[in-house]
Design a protein around this ligand. Structure first.
Ligand code: SF4
Length: 327
């Protein structure tokens, strides 16, 4: 067993101070990913800083949108009346994630911070640039069925595992963080990183910063939304491919559209080119198919995951079709 110290803090300032004093420490909230990582020896923080007592558990709606405290539980968020009514895409994505038991423990901040489920990352006997920079990538020539088809690098082809984050990316959320230099806000699309030369870095958080909340701007995506998740079993499985689709329709014309994918890249993958194409066009299968073709232009398979090249465009069309409510 690897020993570690434990501290419980009750304010954001105390958490920031504790992180500053313990650069080799880790924050813990629900612990649904971190404890697994510790058990498997992937990470060994010398001190756990328990943030469960921080006052970051509110869900509030205002004229400008929704704000969500970082310690709101995934199950509380998905079951919240305002979220179900005004942000149904987020509720659908949350309910597609993990299992009911995990959603009862996992926090919003932890969901965003969770690490890839690449099996080589969790197997300390295998090379992995994300776990041990410079050691190589076991998945590149290995069993890469779950891996990326967009934006991968020669150093890492892992995917981000969250469902919730795919909806947050589509809905243009913002992440609020606090650190030694104060508070700052990060656009959701800029929070997670592509692997590039430094796959050990999952996100753009700076040293000593923690997530305090998420905000989603007010939108009209209350009716024509769909989160499609394709996975190996109906529950407790990560996405092979997922699509978050949000449409605002004027009759059968697309007035506004937001699209993002999961299970395909190192970060939630926003489909901006497809969105541009679909704006002010008819909500038809033909247009959805053309949009999906645009998305797939930059896709690349790595062997075992080549099936995603066929699955992804079908999933995009299916999610948009379901969101539009057409047959
Ligand atoms: Fe590690 Fe990334 Fe390669 Fe997986 S894909 S083995 S996480 S470097």
């Amino acid at each position: 067993m690897i020993n570690f110290e434990y501290t419980r803090v009750s304010s954001v300032k105390a958490a920031v101070d504790a992180l500053a004093k313990n650069p080799a420490g880790s924050l813990i909230a629900g612990g649904t990913n971190l404890v697994d990582l510790m058990k498997k020896g992937v990470t060994a923080p010398v001190r756990l800083i328990d943030i469960n007592n921080l006052p970051l558990k509110d869900i509030k709606e205002s004229a400008t949108g929704l704000s969500i405290g970082a310690l709101v539980l995934n199950s509380d968020l998905s079951g919240h009346e305002i979220v179900k009514k005004n942000y149904p895409l987020l509720a659908m994505a949350l309910n597609a994630g993990a299992s009911a038991q995990l959603r009862n423990m996992a926090t919003v901040g932890g969901n965003i911070m969770q690490r890839t489920r690449c099996s080589y990352f969790y197997d300390t006997a295998m090379p992995c640039n994300k776990r041990q920079p410079g050691s190589g990538c076991g998945a590149l020539q290995g069993y890469n069925r779950m891996h990326a088809i967009f934006g991968a690098s020669g150093k890492c082809i892992a995917v981000h595992p969250s469902d919730m984050c795919v909806a947050l990316a589509a809905l243009n959320a913002t992440v609020t963080v606090s650190g030694p230099k104060g508070e700052r806000r990060i656009a959701f699309g800029d929070f997670h990183r592509m692997p590039g030369e430094n796959p050990e870095r999952d996100n753009t958080l700076m040293k000593g910063e923690l997530i305090t909340g998420i905000s989603i701007p007010k939108n009209n995506f209350t009716k024509n939304v769909y989160y499609l998740k394709i996975r190996d079993r109906a529950s407790y499985a990560f996405a092979l491919v997922s699509v978050a689709a949000a449409l605002e329709l004027n009759g059968s014309t697309i007035k506004n559209v937001k699209l993002a994918m999961g299970g395909v890249a190192h970060k939630p993958w926003r489909l901006t080119e497809a969105e541009k194409f679909l704006m002010n066009k008819g909500a038809t299968k033909e247009n959805f198919t053309k949009a999906a073709e645009l998305v797939m232009k930059g896709a690349k398979g790595y062997g075992y995951n080549n099936f995603k090249l066929k699955m992804a465009p079908v999933a995009i069309v299916e999610a948009l079709t379901k969101a539009a409510g057409i047959a």
